[in-house]
Design a protein around this ligand. Structure first.
Ligand code: BES
Ligand code: MN
Ligand code: ZN
Length: 497
């Protein structure tokens, strides 16, 4: 896919299709008016007949308008002018790209009127055009036999209008949007793969592959004996019931000065979560193949950093395991020792994510990080609290939590703060070990965070619970690619500081 800018007057642009906006009630957008004038009032007539009311995200494809250089014009509803927001603009754009994907259009120019909202400046317009094009055209890894659907012919998308002053920002936005779109596609591919393909060893192989393709990246993989040497008793306890051996994956991007403290991203990589001996109910258990979405987001974020040559040191750490019931599996009541030396009573083997993360977070310490952020499909309680729109953000560093939330707003990949105050850790008391791995039903997303906080003392740390946002269930079942865009924006800002 090629992303470029357009700057000529849109009526003379020679592309397969122009994407222009129509407002509900008030009608033609500025771009549509120019086309209408060139085409002898055809658009105005069409609207007057009531053939295209301009409802949000509706589209109508017109061919061969006289006086217009482009072969087609895609009218795209923007809804009421006063109600146009960044969000509805993005929806309309995605709908337009989706409509074109079902046609023979190979090149398109986006001339959609944008909201006057300052948050959608030239840079973010460029970024949205590239990112949304790639996410709309994304197709799930093809594991079906038989006839293959042809990929959409769309190969070139232009954003504009680019003036001498706006072009650099638009171009930078397009480049970043493309890198984000590609990273999100990587995350989605990894998430959508079934647990029998995407195993801990597979994730490790993916990290090695990224390191081979990008000079700034290097990968290191710890196998089971190495994990034992690191005394990662919690992570190993989760893995011990599975025939798939665990891995700790470290993927480093060296983009900053040597000696610059890195940002460390830590991902939960449970490639299948059956619950273990505390086995889950069987309904929708297949969706627990997505329990490695945090790990996939870490690999995607590192791929993004390498792709845009981010001037920042970033370390990705992934704890990759499969959680299964077995004669050798860890049992409720078992007490294990984490790499930090603290002991944990495993009261529920389904609260395995925090066991994997606590050892992976401890491993982050050796990098003397500027900040540590972990990403995890950690709790069903977070889904109950926030639904599927916001990831749960919490941590012991308020500034870092705020940074992540703001990155999510700019990236349209939002997170909401949950209060990780000290009271919550009281729920983790154990009679037999330093603490238990569960804190009861109440505030379950936060007590999970409180557990992690026991292992991040002294580090600037925040946690994103992406249990509700990383994938969709039901008819549109599939990975969403979240929170890759949030992470990319967070890293971009960090690199600017
Ligand atoms: N991977 C799950 C969390 C999850 C559940 C994500 C449903 C998305 C949808 C996690 O390992 C888990 O099982 N958590 C338990 C914790 C409980 C036992 C304290 C949960 O949320 O039920
Ligand atoms: Mn679980
Ligand atoms: Zn899990």
């Amino acid at each position: 896919m090629r992303f470029e800018t357009w700057s000529k007057s849109i009526t003379t642009l020679e592309v397969d299709c122009l994407i222009v906006g129509i407002f509900e009630e008030s009608g033609l957008s500025d771009a549509a008016r120019q086309i209408d004038q060139a085409a002898g009032g055809r658009l105005g007539k069409l609207l007057a007949r009531g053939d295209f009311p301009g409802r949000a995200a509706e589209t109508l494809l017109l061919g061969d308008l006289p006086g217009v250089g482009a072969r087609r014009v895609l009218l795209t509803g923007l809804g009421a002018r006063a109600a146009l927001t960044r969000r509805s603009w993005r929806k309309a754009l995605a709908a337009a790209i989706g409509a074109l994907a079902r046609t023979g259009v190979k090149s398109a120019a986006v001339a959609l009127e944008r909201p006057t909202d300052e948050t959608l400046d030239d840079y973010y317009v460029g970024r949205a055009v590239a990112e949304l094009t790639l996410s709309t055209l994304y197709r799930v890894n093809d594991l079906k036999s038989g006839k293959k659907a042809k990929p959409a012919p769309l190969a070139q998308v232009l954003a504009g209008p680019a003036t001498r002053t706006s072009a650099p920002a638009l171009e930078r936005g397009l480049a970043h949007g493309q890198a984000i779109g590609e990273a999100a596609a990587l995350q989605r591919d990894l998430g959508n793969l079934p647990g029998n393909i995407c195993t801990p060893r597979y994730l490790a192989e993916q990290a090695r592959g990224l390191a081979r393709r990008h000079r700034s990246l290097s990968a290191r993989v710890l196998d089971e004996p190495a994990l034992r040497r690191e005394k990662m008793g919690c992570l190993l306890a989760v893995a011990q019931g599975s025939a798939e051996p665990p891995r700790l994956i470290v993927l480093e991007h060296k983009g900053g000065k040597s000696g610059q403290a890195p940002v460390v991203l830590v991902g939960k990589g449970v490639t299948f979560d059956s619950g273990g001996i505390s086995i889950k109910p069987s309904g929708e258990m297949d969706e627990m193949k997505y329990d490695m979405s945090g790990a996939a987001a870490v690999l995607a974020a590192l791929a993004f950093a390498a792709r845009v040559k981010l001037p920042l040191n970033v370390v990705g750490i992934v704890g990759a395991v499969e959680n299964m019931p077995d004669g050798k599996a860890v049992k409720p009541g078992d007490i294990v020792t984490s790499a930090s030396g603290q002991t944990v009573e495993i009261l529920n083997t389904d609260a395995e994510g925090r066991l994997v993360l606590c050892d992976a977070l401890h491993y982050a310490r050796r990098y003397k990080p500027a900040a540590v952020v972990d990403l995890a499909t950690l709790t069903g309680a977070c889904v109950i609290a926030l639904g599927h729109h916001h990831s749960g953000a919490m941590g012991t560093d308020e500034t870092l939590v705020r940074e992540l939330i703001e990155a999510g707003v700019r990236a349209d990949d939002r997170a909401w703060a949950l209060p990780l105050t000290e009271e919550y850790s009281e729920q983790l008391k154990s009679n037999f070990a330093d603490f238990a791995n569960i804190g009861g039903r109440d505030g379950g997303a936060i007590t999970a965070g409180a557990f992690l906080a026991k292992f991040t003392q002294g580090m600037r740390w925040a946690h994103l619970d992406i249990a509700g946002t990383a994938w969709q269930g039901g008819a549109h079942k599939g990975s969403t690619g979240r929170p890759t865009a949030l992470l990319a924006d967070f890293l971009l800002r960090r690199a600017e500081q």
